[in-house]
Ligand binder design. Structure first.
Ligand SMILES: Cc1cc2nc3c(=O)[nH]c(=O)nc-3n(C[C@H](O)[C@H](O)[C@H](O)COP(=O)(O)OP(=O)(O)OC[C@H]3O[C@@H](n4cnc5c(N)ncnc54)[C@H](O)[C@@H]3O)c2cc1C
Length: 465
């Protein structure tokens, strides 16, 4: 067997790459990982973490309003964007250093450079113009926001990366897209006092989520004052002489705004990586093609996380990395399991969901029982807030297994994480019914919906028997 500089070389220091490097190093493998920008990757530097911090920041306006009903007098509140950015950056720098030092403490080498393949066992570290060899190589280079280069004036628009570093908070923004990133940023900007318009080409925002969630969050966002325009796209964006922007829709309407953000999907980072030279096959969207074990068409090169365009979520990239380590170094071939992934949209109100949407379940099962409750959560009562919370269980009528659980409202993401265990374990509605309620909580509704709201048979909605 040839002698290589490393047992494993990882290209990309994001969620998946860092986990693969750290755990392999902790197993005694000789590991190096190259990151061209900042360790932690999209999630830590310009994704999940700063996004969630922005969500928290944007929720205070409503908290201050709600406080009055509970007897508090809150003086006129004001918001300072530079303070938020500064504090967010400090926290991100702390996490970045923890990601890097985690690999180093496990015995791995961290390299601050872009890297690319020369052949199936050789990597070029570009900053140092140095070549190293490795027995196994992992491609974990993630993805980037689609810049929508075909849109005239796209150069005047920002993507999610820039949204984390704007010098000043705009007074108004138009956001293109209907996926979770577009919806979350619409709520963030609105909550911080920005006049916000969301423009989505489809019939309803958040495709692939349960229809009740999609409708519910759409209505709630509009009730808060976010303008949502569906069935529309930007035709062009122009810079105005006063420094503002005009975003023209195909219907002829022009939105005069300070900022336009494009949130139109993400693309895998596979350009100029030397993948073709090494013989690694790519798919139509430029994603690295992998088998069930994350192995590429070259048997010592693996790919995981967003670059494979399977499921673009941090815990999935981490899970794929853990499976890779088991397969490559643990003599225990392990396939990542993509069934029943709990997920959240940090919109306001929040979405938490796991398992099948009603529409998907109706295609898979002959008959469903749908349990649905819509109510005003207790915390909104004294606050005088009308916003409703929605909970929904989708049950296969034949087996009684709960195949989908969907929540819209405060802390929905936290609930979906725990419901994920029940749905993954294929617990039945009877198990839910047997579970004692925890009172007073919103979540108790999940175990107290005794009668189906309606049934769905062969795709047809029927009254509950
Ligand atoms: C705005 C936003 C919000 C999100 N919110 C959530 C959320 O709430 N929950 C969730 O689960 N997921 C969320 N995601 C998705 C999540 O961030 C990704 O799924 C996750 O980061 C993927 O991890 P990864 O390791 O595949 O890639 P990444 O984390 O993208 O890491 C790839 C790394 O590779 C580096 N790199 C690329 N090319 C090279 C090269 N040639 N040499 C060296 N380094 C290179 C990049 O700089 C990057 O650091 C969000 C994403 C965005 C953009």
């Amino acid at each position: 067997m040839p002698q290589y500089d490393y047992d494993l070389f990882v290209i990309g220091g994001g969620s998946g790459g860092v986990r693969a490097a750290r755990v392999s190093a902790a197993r005694g493998k000789r590991v190096a990982i190259a990151e061209e920008y900042r360790f932690g990757g999209t999630c830590v530097i310009r994704g999940c973490v700063p996004k969630k911090l922005f969500v928290y920041a944007s929720q205070f306006a409503e908290h201050f309003q709600d406080a009055a009903g509970y007897g508090w007098t809150v003086p006129q509140a004001s918001f300072d964007w530079p303070t938020l950015i500064r504090n967010k950056d400090k926290e991100i720098a702390r996490l970045e250093s923890a990601y890097r030092s985690g690999v180093e403490r496990a015995g791995g080498a961290t390299i601050h450079s872009r890297a690319r393949l020369i052949d199936r066992h050789t990597v070029l570290i570009e900053n140092e113009n140095r070549r190293v060899s490795a027995d196994q190589i992992v491609i974990a280079t993630g993805g980037r926001a689609n810049p929508h280069a075909a849109l005239p004036g796209h150069e005047h628009c920002i993507l999610s990366n820039e949204a984390f570093h704007l010098e000043a908070l705009p007074k108004s923004i138009a956001i293109a897209g209907g996926g979770y990133i577009a919806v979350e940023f619409a709520n963030i900007f609105h909550g911080l006092g920005v006049e916000t318009t969301l423009v989505y080409r489809g019939r309803e925002i958040l495709s692939r989520f349960d229809a009740d969630l999609r409708r519910g969050v759409h209505e709630a966002m509009e009730a808060k004052g976010i303008r949502i325009i569906c069935h529309e796209v930007f035709e062009r964006v122009e810079k105005l002489s006063d420094g503002g922007l005009a975003a023209y829709l195909c219907n002829g309407e022009a939105l005069a705004v300070d900022q336009v953000m494009l949130a139109l999907g993400r693309m895998p980072n596979t350009e100029n990586l030397g993948l073709e030279a090494a013989g690694v096959e790519l798919g139509k969207l430029g994603e690295v093609l992998v088998d069930d074990y994350s192995r590429t068409s070259v048997d010592n090169i693996w790919a995981l996380g967003d670059v494979t365009n399977r499921v673009q979520l941090t815990p999935v990239a981490i899970h794929e990395a853990m499976c890779f380590v088991e397969t490559a170094f643990g003599s225990n071939p392990t396939k990542p399991d993509f069934e029943t992934i709990p997920t959240a949209v940090f919109s306001q109100p929040e979405i938490g969901t796991v398992g099948l949407a009603e529409e998907d379940a109706a295609r898979r099962y002959d008959e469903l029982e749908i349990y649905r409750a819509s109510f005003r959560p207790m915390r909104h009562t004294l606050a005088g807030r009308d916003e409703k919370m929605m909970m929904k269980l989708v049950v296969d009528a034949a087996s009684r297994v709960v195949v989908g659980a969907h929540i819209l409202g405060p802390d929905a993401g936290e609930m979906a994480q725990l419901l994920g265990i029940a749905v993954k374990a294929r617990l039945t509605k009877d198990d839910f019914d047997r579970t004692m309620a925890l009172h007073p909580t919103a979540a108790e509704e999940l175990v107290t919906m005794y009668r189906p709201t309606y049934r769905v048979k062969a795709g047809e909605k029927l009254a509950a028997a």
